[in-house]
Design a binder for this molecule. Structure first.
Ligand code: BGC
Length: 336
């Protein structure tokens, strides 16, 4: 009789006996993200949370809001919560090496997510896209469109190793033409914290200093491109000056369709987020990650790396690559 009651209760989802709070069956994993102010990072968080849920992982998320000291404190807090693995997208590449130290002392493995933590002699993994390739795609595109003329060259945040890699890739195409005298670089600047408003200010300055004679803008991502396009629009130049982007953000895609932004780079955050959770689960189970010998140098050592492939998107390919693939919603991209 008692058994029957218990079975019925179980079927109805009722517990007859007090039980401790249900713990997720999978490992406890920490995730530290730089921001949620950019669509790209919102997507990363959503994907990883959904994947973690599917796999029964207890994922503890912290967002630093572009504050390096806060990121250290938040990661210390995650470490004290007993996480097994830390997925870390650093705001400040170099100072985040302290987090690797602290994690190592607590026996926690770290996956440097999207952005490389630099200057650490310790062992960790890096999961990202081929970021030099991102810059190459931007640089090749813009120099093909504008092989001669005056350029504004912007790079991302100086605290982000990716910003350097994107710039390095793009400069492989821009520098030889600048050395030849075909391209004049009117401005070459990093953008603090990747802020669109900073990018806008820099573009305004460049336009003023060059009597609006700017022929091309290398903007490192869609956010900064948006800032620059506002500066161009104020001078009636939006859509007339080719400008790059990155991230396949909705706002960037809308501008591409409308003709004010020339391209973007598609880095499928669905793939990256999924891979991060997969790697974390393997590491928690003590399985090494097969990086097929690929590494990226962090100023101290070669870090074993998994690098996904970035893809270029233009007006001609946007529909297939971003809409049909389900990355962006048709009604949002083609809104009137
Ligand atoms: C990421 C870009 C992003 C930028 C600003 C970089 O590290 O790779 O996708 O646009 O940070 O958040």
């Amino acid at each position: 009789m008692r058994l029957k009651t218990a079975v019925l209760a179980a079927c109805a989802g009722i517990s007859l006996f007090p039980v401790p709070r249900a713990e997720a069956a999978g490992p406890k994993i920490g995730l530290s993200l730089p921001t949620q102010r950019e669509e790209r990072w919102v997507k990363d968080k959503q994907v990883m949370e959904a994947e973690a849920k599917k796999k029964g992982i207890d994922l503890r998320v912290q967002v630093t809001d572009n504050d390096a000291a806060k990121q250290v404190a938040q990661c210390e807090n995650l470490i004290s919560q007993g996480i097994k693995i830390l997925i870390l997208a650093p705001h400040d590449a170099s100072s985040a090496s302290v987090i690797i130290d602290k994690a190592a002392k607590a026996g926690i493995k770290v996956i440097s997510y999207d952005r490389l933590v630099t200057d650490s002699p310790l062992d960790y993994y890096y999961l990202s896209f081929d970021n030099v390739k991102v810059g190459e795609l931007q640089g090749e595109f813009i120099t093909r469109k504008v092989p001669k003329g005056t350029y504004v060259v912007l790079a991302g945040s100086p605290t982000d190793n990716n910003a350097k890699l994107f710039r390095e890739g793009a400069m492989k195409f821009i520098k030889p033409l600048a050395d030849k005298g075909d391209i004049k670089i009117a401005m070459d600047q990093f953008v603090k914290d990747w802020q669109p408003s900073e990018a806008q200010k820099l573009c305004e300055q460049a336009l003023t200093a060059n009597q609006n004679k700017v022929d091309a803008v290398l903007a490192p991502n869609d956010g900064t491109a948006g800032g620059c396009i506002q500066a161009l629009a104020a001078q009636g130049l939006a859509g007339k000056v080719p400008i790059t982007g990155q991230d396949a953000e909705l706002a960037g895609a809308i501008r591409i369709v409308q003709g004010t932004q020339s391209m973007t780079i598609f880095k499928d955050t669905r793939e990256l987020g999924k891979k991060a959770i997969e790697m974390a689960v393997d590491l928690a189970a003590g399985k090494p990650i097969d990086t097929k010998g690929r590494t990226v140098h962090n100023n101290k050592k070669d870090v074993p790396s998994v690098l996904l492939t970035p893809l270029i998107v233009t007006k001609d390919t946007l529909d297939d690559m971003l809409v049909k693939s389900g990355y962006l919603k048709k009604e949002q991209v083609y809104r009137k």
